[in-house]
Design a protein around this ligand. Structure first.
Ligand code: ADP
Ligand code: F6P
Length: 320
């Protein structure tokens, strides 16, 4: 293999830059030419592809976002879009491609790999919804951001003796809410994986008030049942206590990556490059019980994240 390329696709996540940096520098170290594709699959279709040097990736390790930029590209899901992308791959004589993104990016990568290009897929998403890996790149930073927010909201929430619902991201995966809820001392977490009864929730809030708690923090995953605005009005109506909504939204996608995200990104990228340089089959790279491993790409896409019931139960115990 002589030439490889790297792209970031889908929602950005802190640590994507660390992964790009490691792909470029490890690739050059292996004697490969490394190209960067702008705006994910969109740039692949348009041929927005340029050679990258060690210096091009200087000073990006600590930055959130992605210097290659990212996009959601509906055209890539069509046969015509896929053909255009493959013709650019051939024109630029790219033999291996590192795709960094979430499950959509992985599905696109799998389609491309079926057309003959060697792919290494890296799990870059704050959602932690790729079940084949312990964690995805960006998840740790996103949860850390949520924890900082919980700390600040606690201050004002207890002064005013309020209930606060904090909506977090994650699509159909409740892990951001679950991990932030357990490590941030939430009263309750509302997850897509677990249905809940609003009357039981309100009963719990009132019991905690009776036990002397000044305030309640509810972490609601965006994919859980009920729109957040309606939920807040219902809690206020049923409990008779002032209830506020905080939607953390895109705050969770930015910021400097944590040590864990930088390490995961760097180690996955290094593994991807060493596999490409020895002409491996397409793989998904991730960590299993803390060890960086390569998994069959098609199988990896199918693995669902297991819901962690123990963490959920522990939140209930600790918040009594
Ligand atoms: P993420 O990678 O963060 O999950 P998306 O779901 O938006 O984000 O997927 C990123 C991109 O991957 C999409 O914009 C599209 O170009 C491509 N993609 C998603 N699903 C498929 C699919 N089934 N086939 C081909 N490409 C896909
Ligand atoms: O996949 C990452 C994510 O931030 C999800 O948590 C969220 O639902 C979605 O992307 C938001 O997407 P967009 O950036 O297109 O609004």
């Amino acid at each position: 293999m002589k030439r490889i390329a790297v792209l970031t696709s889908g929602g950005d996540s802190p640590g994507m830059n660390a992964a790009i940096r490691a792909v470029v520098r490890c690739g050059i170290d292996e004697g490969l030419e490394v190209y960067g594709v702008e705006r994910g699959y969109e740039g692949l279709i348009e041929g927005d592809i340029r050679p990258m040097t060690r210096r091009d990736v200087g000073d990006i390790l600590q930055r959130g976002g992605t210097v290659l930029k990212t996009a959601r590209c509906p055209e890539f899901k069509t046969a015509r879009g896929m053909e255009k992308a493959m013709s650019k791959i051939m024109a630029f004589e790219i033999e291996g491609l590192v795709c960094i993104g979430g499950d959509g990016t992985f599905r696109g990568a799998l389609e491309l790999s079926k057309r003959g290009i060697k792919i290494m897929a890296l799990p870059g998403t704050i959602d932690n919804d790729l079940g084949y890996t312990d964690f995805t790149i960006g998840f740790d930073t996103a949860v850390t951001t949520v924890l900082e927010a919980i700390g600040k909201i606690r201050d004002t929430s207890s002064s005013h003796e309020r209930t606060t619902v904090i909506e977090v991201m994650g699509r159909e995966c409740g892990d951001i809410a679950l991990y932030a809820g357990l490590s941030g001392g939430a009263e309750t977490v509302l997850l897509p994986e677990k249905d809940y009864d609003i009357n039981e929730l309100c009963k719990k809030i009132l019991m905690s008030v009776n036990s002397g708690k000044l305030h309640s923090i509810i972490i609601k995953s965006e994919g859980s049942r009920m729109d957040s605005g309606t939920l807040v009005s219902e809690i206020q109506r049923i409990t008779g206590r002032e209830t506020k909504l905080v939607v953390l939204s895109y705050l969770q996608r930015g910021g400097t990556p944590t040590m864990r995200d930088r390490l995961l990104a760097t180690s996955c990228a290094s593994k991807a490059v060493s596999l490409l340089s020895c002409d491996s089959e397409s793989k998904a790279i991730g960590s299993l019980n803390g060890e960086i491993m390569a998994f069959d790409l098609e199988e990896a896409v199918k693995v669902q994240r297991n819901f962690n019931q123990e963490m959920f139960d522990l939140i209930e115990v600790l918040s009594k």
